[in-house]
Design a protein around this ligand. Structure first.
Ligand code: ADP
Ligand code: ZN
Length: 816
């Protein structure tokens, strides 16, 4: 008798066993997909893990429905890496599989399909089964795959559906995402309203009294006849000498129409080498050091100040790997993965570069996956966010983890709650490859590992071209308020510097760590502030929609006219967000172009790209934003950076708050003065003597590191101790309390005083569930596997207690 153990894309503790025939056993290999029945009526796509002769003892093995692949779609190295992730982060292999594989790979009975309207179906080309599905979808907009089984009256439907998806006739529900566009260029044309002679006549009549606008339209016509091609906004502005304000008026009046075109990646083909830069001495020295270190160690940390030219060093390293026929993975945090950087790499490596991240549609992900399985030329360099680690590499030589300090490398929800930097090092080791971590502000973890000799360390202290580090000035808000030198949230110094910068024709960014107009509304009579009904937080005011919103669950309501507690109309705002800063800037500088970049403004179609392109094309003078501003943006003409309030960073209730404040402020500051002019940074704060602010303003990373490390040592936090956080969630307050008390008591029997809690976090109710946390601190000599074994035991006994069964427990290893 032959059996297979399969991975199902669901959180099961153990692999599930199915019965297969002898012929199937000869054919199947680990990493191939099979369709299997599960539970009463479900069908899943499962992944073959092992093939063996041992029947399961607890249940009768069912037979599989069918084999879906003729060769593995997941490699044995991937399986090995996934196993490490599952065991280290205490989750199931199925959860890792779900995070790794595009949805189109793991069709299941619950998957929802619909007609793909972007392609036309030619009915006579469809087979009988296919026709029946398409016909059914003409009567209802979507179907579950389970429904298709009853329509076709058979169980083996996945291949039919897979074919239809491949042919673009059907799409999966999850794929209704917008497609990510690698690079958008802004174009302009005459609005369709003016296509006829007669309308054109009217138009010129209408523009008689607006000579500037008329001039722009004339120039557009001239350019169009000259080049017989689409006209870029930048071209038109240059030719007509008009301002972007004039252009905007024309667009607002629907005389002109803007549109965006994606520049083709293939355009880089052929001219790769022409742009290769020569490293300067400092860069060359760093490169040689890295190469030397890699002879002995597999991991190195490149600590290079902002704009020191780290990316150019990466490019040289990538070149070497490609020459040796190896693959390279270039990891970036999601928000740093900008078209700017992708273009930069594509201009060197052309078609060898593939991009992979969450904004990609399912189809694009499937394409990258297949190319990698075939070891295609097109996937020699993968640039990607966190999850690109889980792709089918086959001869990886190097992983670069850029901005390695970024907390978004850690996945919070759902499982696998893995840290991409750490999982990258493990992946690299499986391939006997190298890992280079890079940052201007390394995490305490990595700098600690580098200082102790576990990793190599390379320091690069000068900016490329010897541009000076920005000049950072601290502004004492208490003093400014006392002496009445504030206009709204702007000190006189900040306003002065802004005026000077704008006069010189440079751009400005203003950083505020919160979105929304002002975070909280408070009644000045009774002190009440409106709360989210589902979560234990105050609602945030968003002026744009005149709404109160919850940042945790998305709940929203209209802004009340009077206090709902006491009825007085004395509602006032407390604190401030990006939206309010934007409003204030517009009042202070009415004739300047101001834009805002935060989660709210970048959500829409291409929102992020639009803002970046506009900033690049200098259609924006002042950009206000949250930490989205800090990453990977390389703009030439920013001279001034204003940090509106450093205190809400420093006072954040988290043991990493100080480290993070340093990193954030140093990174935002690094956006200033990237060419030959020295940048200026103003930090407004009530605590100008705070050590972190002193360290940021003098660029004293090592002082920050030493001081923070001492604190971590004293208070038993990473990197000195390891942390495991256990969160219990339930809608009933008492049950969370009882369950977490039981859990913590059991843990304390084993780990004694190294168990903290249970405790409610600052926001203790989210989406109607109460949360309670238990923290386990693990001293260095204590074995991590043994610790987890002990936790697992307690966890399993917990699950067997009937009263607690409904309580959700989340295990978070190395919680960041
Ligand atoms: P970092 O990644 O350290 O912030 P970058 O690699 O983005 O720095 O370099 C900063 C700027 O300097 C970029 O615009 C880059 O093109 C330029 N630059 C860096 N090194 C060189 C070089 N060797 N030759 C020419 N330009 C360079
Ligand atoms: Zn809420």
């Amino acid at each position: 008798m032959d059996f297979i153990d399969v991975i199902l894309p669901i959180p099961l503790q153990k692999a599930f066993t199915y019965h297969i025939t002898e012929a199937e056993s000869k054919f199947l290999k680990p990493g191939m997909r099979v369709a299997v029945p599960f539970g009463k009526s479900k069908i899943y796509t499962a992944l073959v893990f092992t093939i063996h002769q041992n029947p399961p003892t607890a249940y009768d093995a069912k037979t599989i429905h069918q084999i879906l692949d003729d060769k593995p779609v997941v490699t044995t190295t991937q399986l090995k890496h996934w196993q490490w992730i599952a065991s280290y982060y205490m989750c199931s292999l199925g959860e890792v599989m779900r995070a790794a594989m595009p949805n189109a790979f793991i069709l299941e009975s619950e998957t929802i399909i619909s007609i793909n309207n972007s392609s036309s179906v030619e009915e006579h080309n469809l087979k009988d089964d296919e026709f029946l599905i398409v016909e059914a979808l003409q009567h209802q907009s979507s179907l579950k795959i389970g429904d298709v089984m009853s329509i076709l009256d058979k169980k083996r439907v996945l291949p039919v559906i897979k074919d239809l998806v491949d042919k673009n006739v059907l799409q999966l529900q999850e794929e209704l995402y917008e497609k990510y566009k690698p690079k958008l260029v802004r174009y302009v044309k005459l609005h369709a309203n003016y296509k006829s002679e007669e309308h054109l006549q009217n138009l010129f009549e209408q523009l008689k009294r607006a000579p500037k606008q008329r001039d722009v339209v004339m120039n557009l016509f001239v350019l169009e006849t000259e080049s017989n091609a689409s006209i870029k906004v930048s071209e038109l502005l240059k030719r007509s000498g008009a301002t972007s304000a004039t252009l905007k008026t024309l667009i607002d009046k629907s005389i002109l129409e803007e549109y965006f075109i994606q520049t083709d990646r293939v355009q880089f083909k052929g001219d790769n080498s022409s742009t290769a830069k020569t490293l300067n001495d400092a860069q060359q020295k760093a490169l040689t050091e890295i190469e030397e270190i890699f002879k002995e160690k597999s991991v190195a940390l490149l600590h290079g100040v902002t704009s020191s030219g780290k990316t150019e060093i990466y490019i040289k390293l990538i070149e070497t790997e490609l020459k040796a026929g190896k693959q390279v993975l270039y990891l970036l945090p999601e928000i740093a993965l900008t078209t700017q950087l992708v273009n930069r790499l594509q201009s060197y490596f052309g078609e060898k570069v593939a991009v992979f991240h969450s904004r990609y549609s399912g189809n694009e992900r499937v394409e990258v996956w297949h190319n990698m399985l075939e070891n295609s030329e097109k996937t020699q360099v993968i640039i990607g966010a966190r999850s690109s680690l889980l792709l089918p590499f086959n001869n990886l030589g190097l992983i670069i983890v850029d901005e390695e300090h970024e907390q978004s490398y850690k996945q919070f929800d759902p499982a696998p709650r893995y840290h991409a930097r750490d999982a990258a090092i493990v992946l690299s080791n499986i391939f006997s490859a190298k890992t280079l971590l890079g940052s201007a502000t390394p995490s305490l973890e990595s700098y600690y590992n580098a200082s102790s000799g576990k990793y190599g360390l390379i320091e690069l202290n000068t900016r490329y071209n010897n541009v000076l580090m920005p000049d950072i000035e601290l502004i004492d808000l208490a003093d400014k308020y006392k002496r009445k030198r504030m206009k709204g949230h702007f000190s006189d110094r900040l306003i002065e510097e802004m005026i000077e910068t704008l006069d010189e024709g440079f751009q400005i960014i203003l950083f505020q760590n919160r979105r929304g107009f002002s975070p909280i509304i408070e009644c000045t009579t009774c002190g009440h502030s409106p709360q989210c009904p589902n979560c234990d937080v105050s609602l945030t005011y968003h002026q744009y929609r005149d709404q109160l919103r919850c940042h945790y669950c998305g709940y929203n309501s209209i802004m009340p006219k009077a206090c709902e507690a006491c009825g007085n109309i004395t509602l006032d705002t407390k604190g401030f967000g990006t939206e309010q800063i934007e409003e204030e800037v517009k009042t202070l500088f009415p004739d300047k172009k101001v834009a805002r970049m935060d989660l709210d403004t970048t959500r829409g179609k291409y929102g992020f790209e639009k803002i970046i392109t506009a900033f690049e094309q200098r259609e924006i003078d002042i950009l206000v934003g949250t930490q989205m501003l800090t990453k990977g943006l390389d703009f030439r003409s920013i001279k001034l950076v204003g940090i509106m309030n450093a205190d809400n960073l420093l006072n954040f209730p988290d043991f990493r708050a100080h480290e993070r404040s340093y990193q954030l402020m140093a990174q935002v500051s690094g956006r200033a003065g990237r060419t030959d002019v020295r940048g200026k940074v103003l930090i407004q704060t009530y605590n100008p003597h705070h050590n972190i602010l002193q360290q940021v303003s003098s660029n004293l990373y090592k002082d920050m590191y030493k001081e923070q490390l001492d604190e971590r040592y004293n208070f038993k936090y990473p990197p000195i101790y390891r942390l495991i956080k256990i969160t219990l969630k339930h809608k009933d307050y008492n049950r969370v309390n009882l369950a977490s008390d039981w859990y913590a008591r059991s843990l304390k029997q084993v780990f004694k005083q190294n168990v903290l809690g249970p405790e409610f976090p600052p926001v203790s109710r989210i989406r109607n569930l109460y949360h309670k946390n238990i923290l386990i601190k693990i001293p260095q000599p204590q074995s991590l596997p043994k610790t987890k074994e002990a936790i697992s035991k307690i966890h399993n006994s917990f699950l067997s207690i009937k009263d607690y069964r409904a309580v959700r427990v989340v295990l978070n290893i190395d919680n960041y």
